[in-house]
Design a binder for this molecule. Structure first.
Ligand code: SAH
Length: 409
């Protein structure tokens, strides 16, 4: 069994000993591949003589010598004398240079494949047994016909040129990513992920896909945003397809905008695939509709980091649904703000931890007892806080009950 290789011979010296018809064919394939071809032969056929007169090859009019093999990558022994070819092959072997012996395919190390080219694809056929060039060519032609007839799927799996795709993975469950997101994930050479979202998708990636985790873990700090941006740009500049897998939706408190900016500034093509945000999926799975006819016609999504801002206060005051992300620590501040804004003590509050994951937990309370309830149950991030009438335990049940029975048909 031999190894079938493709060699990049651009600019590399190759020796062709002999200049007849067989040698001329090898000279042409070497030239097509970009090799620096030296022909050594006392006489040349018309083709090689012409190539030499045009300066396409260097032709030295003399018999080959052992020293011709000293600085070449590859040799073709294609004289019309089998003994001389054998001698050249032996000189090549002494110097560990690969040599094709045109007069005896079994005697030397290298064989030339019969090749057909189809755009950027090349098909090469070699036989391992006794040389039978016509048979090998027939197999090559059969394969080439199949390809040229469009009977083989030749679609590129990888695009040319690097790019970055921000993919929203959804809140956590692997089947809450979009179809588009999943398809693009399967095109990725590199996946840059963090801690939240559907990280279970990573287990299904092909082995060769590089996974870079930039998320926080108990013993390491999260990678700073500018470094994440640099990773995205750097990998894309290497021509790779980079998927930035983000929890929920890339543009809801995901710093997706900064990543898009960094790509644009670096001239890297960037695409965004929306995801199901935990801000809406968390409440929805808990049976809490962020808006509900007659109960809440607006919804405000805010971050707990800086505490309740004016818009959050307005929502609490007006009875709009308020959804707080990153709000576990800030829960007391939001409760205080709600009371200050005149919300009733019985205003429903819901806390949804680790939505759509095996650790999911839903806690219900009222504005005036939620701090006690939360302290007792030991709420841990990631969690969504929901303030408003839509968070009432029996909302959907009572709404259904309140719906008039359909008229008899
Ligand atoms: N882009 C994300 C949000 C990123 S901010 C999205 O659209 O979902 C991170 C915050 O999102 C967490 O602190 C938490 O408040 C919330 N979060 C994300 N995933 C969550 C999940 N599975 N369950 C509950 N909250 C989640």
């Amino acid at each position: 069994m031999s190894l079938l290789l493709s060699l990049d011979v651009v600019g590399r010296r190759a020796l062709v000993a002999g200049a007849g018809t067989v040698a001329a064919r090898r000279v042409r394939s070497l030239l097509d591949a970009g090799a620096d071809v030296l022909v050594v032969a006392p006489e040349a056929g018309e083709d090689v003589a012409r190539l030499a007169s045009h300066g396409d090859v260097r032709w030295e009019r003399r018999p080959a010598a052992a020293s011709d093999l000293d600085d070449v990558w590859l040799a073709i022994a294609a004289t019309d004398d089998a003994d001389i070819n054998m001698q050249i092959a032996a000189w090549a072997a002494e110097r560990r240079v690969w040599c094709v012996n045109a007069s005896d395919g079994l005697a030397t190390a290298a064989r030339v494949a019969a090749v057909s080219r189809h755009g950027d694809l090349s098909v090469g056929v070699v036989s391992e047994g006794a040389p039978d060039p016509a048979r090998v060519a027939r197999v090559r032609d059969g394969l080439a016909a199949l390809l040229d007839a469009g009977q083989v799927d030749l679609r590129r799996v990888r695009r040319r040129g690097g790019r970055v795709i921000l993919v929203g993975s959804g809140p956590g469950a692997v089947d809450l990513i979009t179809v588009r997101g999943a398809r693009l994930l399967s095109e990725a050479d590199v996946v840059v992920t963090d801690r939240l979202g559907a990280t279970g998708l990573l287990a299904a990636l092909a082995e060769h896909v590089e996974v870079i985790n930039v998320g926080k873990s108990p013993d390491n700090h999260p990678v700073p945003q500018h470094e994440i941006n640099a990773i995205l740009v750097d990998r894309a500049a290497q021509g790779l397809t980079v998927v930035r897998l983000k929890g929920g939706d890339p543009f809801i408190f995901g710093r997706g905008g900064e990543e898009v900016h960094a790509c644009l500034a670096a001239g890297v093509p960037v695409e965004v695939v929306p995801g199901i945000t935990s801000a809406l999926a968390g409440p929805s799975l808990a049976g809490i509709p962020p808006t509900q006819r007659g109960i809440a016609t607006s919804v405000v999504i805010t971050s707990g980091h800086a505490g309740p801002d004016e818009t959050a206060r307005a929502a609490l005051r007006s009875g709009a649904t308020l959804i707080v992300l990153m709000g576990v620590t800030a829960l007391p501040q939001f409760v205080e703000a709600a009371l200050e804004e005149g919300a009733a003590g019985e205003t429903p509050v819901a806390i949804i931890e680790s939505a759509t994951t095996p650790r999911e937990r839903i806690t219900r309370a009222r504005l005036d007892d939620v701090l006690d309830v939360a302290a007792k149950s030991g709420i841990v991030p990631p969690a969504i806080l929901v303030f408003g009438q839509v968070a009432a335990v029996d909302l959907l049940a009572s709404a259904l009950a309140a719906t008039p029975a359909p008229p008899p048909s």
